[in-house]
Every structure is written in structure tokens, then in C-alpha cells.
Ligand binder design. Structure first.
Ligand SMILES: Nc1ncnc2c1ncn2[C@@H]1O[C@H](COP(=O)(O)OP(=O)(O)OP(=O)(O)O)[C@@H](O)[C@H]1O
Ligand SMILES: [Mg+2]
Length: 245
């Protein structure tokens, strides 16, 4: 469903992503972990076709994310970092706008829009301008737009960022509900999310892959068999160097 093949991205002299490779199949939920600045968002942007790699390639559903971008993006729902949306649009008009761009119309468009608003728990705020919504509801409007066309691949960059505890649970439940027939990547700094929703975890630091395995395998790398301890141990050197520089 999704292939990252030795992806590289340079920003001037700085190599942000340094040869990241993995393959994701239907039914997998990948927790994409790493310290701040590790290269998670940059990798996700390359997979989403919004940033051209300097080396390697990304594919979705067998389509190259650069050479065959429209075909790749047709199979993808992408929730970018932050909550980019048009402030004067309402969640409903924003979701409809995205669906129309994907050639939805008539009853199918209405149905897909209602389902997305319901799944993102936005019904009460569906008709209020996005610019006037709280941070969590802005985030949910972007999430609704990402899932509305029911794509087989989802790339969600910190989907629970800015949500209150109940809403975090709601989004995790939604991801679990959608998981069986999709391939999903979520980046997160909330490590408890990994065993709760992910079937697999990847840790990157300084643009390179440090770990790829199940949440259980990750936990077992730490003496106390905890995900948090494992994450700290694997990324300790990166944190220390960050503190010195
Ligand atoms: N447009 C850009 N121009 C220059 N440098 C960039 C750009 N985008 C990202 N970087 C750099 O690339 C590196 C990786 O950034 P990225 O946003 O991918 O990290 P991240 O793992 O998503 O971090 P966070 O957990 O803070 O979201 C960082 O050093 C960042 O400063
Ligand atoms: Mg990021």
C-alpha cells in the first residue's frame, strides 16, 4: 500500500531525512516516533507528495508520489502538521471543498461529508467559520477533510495534538475503527498511543531509522519493558547532542 524507499531530503547543508525505508501493508497502523526535528514531518510530506525527495522514492498504491502524484494522492488522506484550513470556510464547506476536488458530487458528496463530520465529532460546529473555532476543533476539521473520501492510505501528522483527553480517546477509537482496511501512519509524541492504536512502531532520529518492530518488541528493548524507557534509551544520544549544541 505504501513504500518509502531510501528517502533522502536535504535543506541546504542539513540532511533532514537520511535514507528512511519501510513498507506498509493494509491493516497496519504505524506509529512514527522520534525526537523533535527527527525528520518525521519531512518524511510524511515526501510520502504525501508535497515535498520532492532528493534521493529515493515514495509510492502509494503502486504509484510514484512524484512522477504519478495525482494517482498516488487519490489513494491518500493526509493530515498535515498544525491545522491548515481556510479560516473563512466552515468545517462542512471545507470538507465539501476537498470532496469536490476529488470529483465527488450530489448525494455521494453529502453522504461522505456527513460521515466525516460525524467521525471527527464535528456536528455541533459544522457551520461555524473555522477561524473562530478552538484549536482542537480546527484540528478536527482538518482530520475530517483528510478522511472524507475514505482513502486506503492515511498519513496523520500528530492527529491527537491539541485535543482534550476525551477527544484524544475519540480519535484513537476512530483510527482503530478505520484500521482493518487501511494502511495508516500516525506520528506522535504521546507514547501511550503506540500500544493503544499501533500494530507497529518506527523510531527515527536525525533523519535515520533506529527501530522498526511491534510495540511489544520496542518495549522489550528496555530493562523495565516500557515504551517510554525504550524510546529514551534509543534516542538518548540524540537528546544529549541536542542539549550541547
Ligand atoms: N522547510 C524547511 N527548511 C529548512 N529546514 C527544514 C524545513 N523543514 C524541516 N526542516 C528541518 O528538518 C529537520 C526535520 O524537521 P521535521 O519537521 O521533519 O521534524 P519532526 O520529526 O517532524 O519534528 P517534530 O517532532 O518537532 O514535529 C529539522 O531540523 C527542521 O528544522
Ligand atoms: Mg513534525
Amino acid at each position: 500500500m505504501l513504500v518509502a524507499d531510501r528517502l533522502i531530503k536535504d535543506f541546504g547543508p542539513h540532511r533532514a531525512v537520511n535514507g528512511v525505508s519501510f513498507i506498509l501493508e493494509r491493516g497496519e497502523v504505524l506509529g512514527f516516533l522520534g525526537p523533535n526535528g527527527a525528520g518525521k514531518t519531512t518524511t510524511m510530506r515526501m510520502l504525501a507528495g508535497g515535498l520532492e525527495p532528493d534521493g529515493g522514492k515514495a509510492m502509494i498504491g503502486g504509484h510514484d508520489c512524484v512522477a504519478d502524484r495525482l494517482e498516488a494522492q487519490a489513494r491518500l488522506g493526509y493530515l498535515p502538521e498544525g491545522a491548515p484550513a481556510y479560516p473563512s470556510m466552515t468545517p462542512r464547506s471545507f470538507v465539501e471543498f476537498g470532496l469536490r476536488a476529488r470529483s465527488f458530487s450530489g448525494a455521494a458528496l453529502k453522504r461522505a461529508c456527513e460521515l466525516a463530520l460525524e467521525r471527527a465529532r464535528l456536528e455541533d460546529y459544522a457551520d461555524q467559520p473555522i477561524g473562530t473555532l478552538s484549536k482542537g476543533y480546527k484540528r478536527r476539521a482538518a482530520l475530517a477533510a483528510a478522511i472524507a473520501h475514505d482513502p486506503p492510505v492515511l498519513i496523520l501528522d500528530e492527529p491527537t495534538d491539541g485535543l482534550d483527553p476525551n477527544q484524544k480517546d475519540g480519535v484513537r477509537a476512530l483510527i482503530r475503527e478505520m484500521a482493518p482496511d487501511k494502511a495508516i501512519i500516525i506520528s506522535t509524541h504521546i507514547l501511550e498511543e503506540v500500544p493503544a492504536v499501533c500494530s507497529r512502531a518506527i523510531i527515527i532520529a536525525r533523519g535515520g531509522l533506529l527501530f522498526d518492530g511491534t510495540p511489544n518488541e520496542l518495549a522489550r528493548t528496555a530493562p523495565d519493558h516500557g515504551i517510554e524507557g525504550a524510546f529514551r534509551a534509543l534516542t538518548r544520544n540524540d537528546a544529549r547532542m541536542e542539549a550541547v549544541s
